[in-house]
Ligand binder design. Structure first.
Ligand code: SF4
Ligand code: SF4
Ligand code: SF4
Length: 309
């Protein structure tokens, strides 16, 4: 699958594309689903974009390629009007996207019986800055894919594709997290203050996140105002603390927030740090149990109360 230059064979994606098209056509023609949420080719060569297919003849537009970066779970929470309430919906999901679907089921935002999940076996997708026309390689692969543990999605309705050998790329995310954890609290504070000072409050990170589905975000409220809305240090810090805390124990780690950020703020590093804390404190890992809300949304009588005393 990989050669000495560490590129992934495009034939893997071509085979998945054929299988996704066949499955989408089958479920649309039979009337089993009203729509299929997937990816189609983008306007520029080598790119991809999300699409919603309702006509079986259009199933041939669907693709799977290293450019299929978007977490499509977003279209089941934010684009509710377009896809919800029309019958069962099929969704094409990579393993990391599936974690978002599972989390959303735990929060009663989705019902498993209303979905037909077409899992795609995934060797990786390209990083935010990668030239989409290049093959997937050590130079272009997204950080999250270097340490992926969910190449083959499980508990789907159908999973297409095969990986006979797992791809091997140099890990970067665990080293980045180790560097953060090695800092003193004062150094960490300065690190985040510097990054958050660049935030322009465009909220692209919020809009792209499947878990930021509140119809009115606390950070947009102005009567009373909870968080200063202009991109100044105090408001930026408050926004990032709200974002991190609201996603703690829920974030699926898809890294879409970080990919969408125009200011290159390492949002998924903060997500991963929060996820590690939740795992150490509560043994919780988001995105694996559809009946679980996450420790910060659940109360148990045997919860540790020692911090109050
Ligand atoms: S994290 Fe895994 S499942 Fe997700 S895009 Fe990367 S390789 Fe594919
Ligand atoms: S916070 Fe970022 S990484 Fe986590 S689910 Fe939302 S978009 Fe994905
Ligand atoms: S996408 Fe980046 S710049 Fe925009 S609000 Fe989020 S962190 Fe700030």
């Amino acid at each position: 699958m990989t050669n000495s230059a560490q590129t992934i064979d495009p034939a893997l994606y071509a085979a998945v594309t054929d299988a996704v098209r066949a499955e989408a056509r089958k479920v649309l023609e039979s009337g089993a689903v009203a729509a299929v949420v997937g990816w189609q080719a983008g306007r520029r060569a080598g790119t991809a974009m999300p699409t919603i297919v309702t006509d079986p003849a259009k199933a041939a537009d669907l693709i799977f390629s290293p450019a299929c970066v978007n977490n499509l779970a977003l279209y089941l929470t934010k684009a509710k009007k377009e896809v919800r309430g029309k019958g069962k919906i099929a969704i094409v999901a990579k393993g990391c996207d599936l974690k978002a679907l599972v989390g959303l089921m735990g929060e009663n935002q989705l019902k498993r019986e209303e979905l037909h999940i077409i899992g795609v076996v995934c060797a990786g997708v390209q990083g935010a800055a990668a030239d989409r026309s290049l093959p997937l390689s050590e130079a272009t692969i997204a950080g999250k894919c270097r340490e992926c543990t969910v190449h083959t999605p499980e508990n789907t309705d159908v999973t297409v594709g095969t990986l006979t050998e797992l791809p091997h790329f140099t890990p970067t995310e665990s080293a980045e997290l180790a560097r953060l954890e090695a800092m003193t609290p004062a150094e960490r504070w300065s690190f985040w203050k510097e990054h958050f000072s660049r935030c322009i409050r465009c909220y692209a990170c919020r809009q792209v996140c499947p878990f930021c589905y509140c119809e009115q975000c606390l950070c947009d409220r102005n009567r009373p105002q909870a968080v200063e809305t202009t991109p100044r240090p105090a408001g930026n810090m408050a926004w990032h603390i709200v974002r991190a805390m609201h996603l703690a124990g829920r974030c699926a780690g898809c890294a879409e927030c970080e990919r969408a950020c125009p200011m290159d703020i390492p949002l998924n590093l903060l997500n991963r740090k929060m996820a590690r804390e939740l795992k150490e404190l509560y043994g919780h890992e988001a995105g694996f149990k559809p009946k679980e809300k996450g420790p910060l949304a659940e109360y148990r009588e045997d919860d540790d109360q020692s911090f109050i005393k």
